[in-house]
Design a protein. Sequence first.
Lengths: 474, 251
Amino acid sequence: MKQDLRSLVEEGLTPEEVLSRDAPIRRSIEIKGKITSEVIDEISRAKNEPDWMRRLRLRNLELFNKLPAPNWLPNWVLENINLEEYSTYAKPDINRASSWDDIPPEVRKYYESLNIPEIEARALMGLGAQLDSEMIYFNIRKQLEEKGVIVMPMEEAVQKYPDMVKQYFMKIFPPEHKFAALHGALWSGGVFVYVPPGVRIEAPIEAFFLISNAGEGQFEHTLLIADKNSYIHFIEGCSAPRFSKYSFHDGMVELYAHEGARIRFTTVQNWSKNVINFNNKRAIAERNAKVEWVEASIGSMASFVYPSTILKGEGAGTEITGITVANGRHIKENGAKVIHDAPNTYSKIVNKSISANGGTAVYKGVVYVRKGAKYVKSHVACDSLILDEKSKAYTIPHDQVFEDTAVVTHEAYTGRINEDKLFYLRSRGLSEEEAKSLIVLGFISDVTEGLPFEYAMVLNRVISLEFSKYGKVA
Amino acid sequence: MAELKVENLTVSVDGKIIVEDVSFNVKGGEVLALMGPNGSGKTTLFMTIAGHPKYTIVKGRIILDNDDLTTLLPEERVMKGIMVAFQTPIAVPEVRLSTLITAMVNKMNGKKLTDPAPPSLVSSLVKSVQEVGLTTAHLSRGVNHGFSGGEMKRSEVLQLLMVKPKIALIDEPDSGLDVDGIFAVGKALLNLVNSGTGIVLTTHSARILHTLKPTRVLVLSKGRIIAEGGLELVEEIEKVGYENFLRVRSK
């Protein structure tokens, strides 16, 4: 017997528990099975898209079929990406709203349990919430509109600003590997942002992505364009309850920072432990622009995320900060890629990983300095904290420097928690669990202290929870 | 008044007996000096009372007031009121000293570990930092991370001052400290004793004992207590050395 969500909530279950039952959130459209040009046509039709976008999807499908599987993916991951079993498009039967009151209570409750409406009211200039394949909530403060800032669901931008979308969409991150092409064919949801010259948005805008069902693919596309001397901080949150089988995330983020602009892009990824996660992230920074990525990779079964910045204009800079938690038999790759394509560009990569309970954390990074890109400065620091004997951390930095004037430096630190360290903290009155969580939070504190207060809190809470579970498992 | 009683304690490490049939007691506000040559079992005794899992209690009991601590976890013993200051504390580079002290005090007060330090804690911390001869810059460094030997000792004593345990076990608080440091640490510990804490301390020099004036002195050799008395024992050891002292005693 299939019960609806409401009656389950009334039985006294938390929304998380409800959604964990492979929640029967009703879909108005669900597409499954082999990905063919007919499937692409159907998605395109459902979105009422212009023909150029439909053709872009089909070109990507063609590439997807042609390209081999990436050789940087472990086989067991590829074996579990059985695309014919996933829903490649799932439109929830909920009308998009700009007020939480208009979201059905059983769905709203889930977001409330994560404090999202509260954080929105207190700290954000705008929020979009995506459930499965579509944005179900979108609300932007009036003052943004008055300043000429454009923030809208990606589909809406395809309709309203086709020229701008055509200029950037999958141009910053072309379909250069199989799963980038798959994303191009199936993309759905995500956010489009344009910040006009000189406009500074002081409070962040957030997009929150939720996968509500097992065996599902999510392919959102986020495109941010910061015009000359503008500033924006965009935050991306990801969550999914625990399911009985794998789900698949293959999103894309493209950032374009024009001359003198600054973009901060922060991700707090807390997918459940059976989501396979790709996120294709790339930015281009023009003269004197700055792009800052923060990738906090807490959840998921397997993650492969390498935020990248192409420093195209003289004096451009980037900071790529990664926090990786590999807790349990998971593989988490959280890397960085910087292309120094102009003189006097600079980059700083800080990666902090914590592995526990048999987890494997990997940093893979590339710093490329083109010949003629004079006086480049780059610094990479990788710190790993390993909580037990079963867990591993790998640091694989790769430099390609073709310019003698470049200063490219590295540092690495590996910390372990051993009995003596734990005993020292226990002799201070802390339990083993508390001691571990203090070490973990301390280890990442120089990174979390740079985040907005609300998100540092959220991150600390999520990580503490992660390791209070760890204590019990151990 | 608090009282720690150690009864007939025998301790082994990796199957080898290190401490044998040791008994003593110490009350709140009292100072007990534990002397003995290197390797006589002083640190083992402290680690066992603190509950280090490496040390096995073969026989005996550890009692604080009406509680038997013998089988409690290390952190439970701290909550009951026993705290140790290490001879060579381990570095925890990930955790700032201020974070650790705040967490300790929060835990004692039944609050969440990561709650911000209340203003009263901050002001008493600043005062105590000066008292032991550290600076507030030490507070924002990782615990014992890159600290000199003397700075570690001062940091250990600072933590005792902030927690004010019923009984403190202090392992060589004076080694590695300069003369001014020994005086400052001795004075700080004397204040702690005057506020009601009982102290058991080990040392190899009489200097800190001039400040702390222990009421009793125990001498440990090969894991056993071989002499018990007053400050005159310290004077004798200072004069003739352990070798002669022990030879005379064993006759």
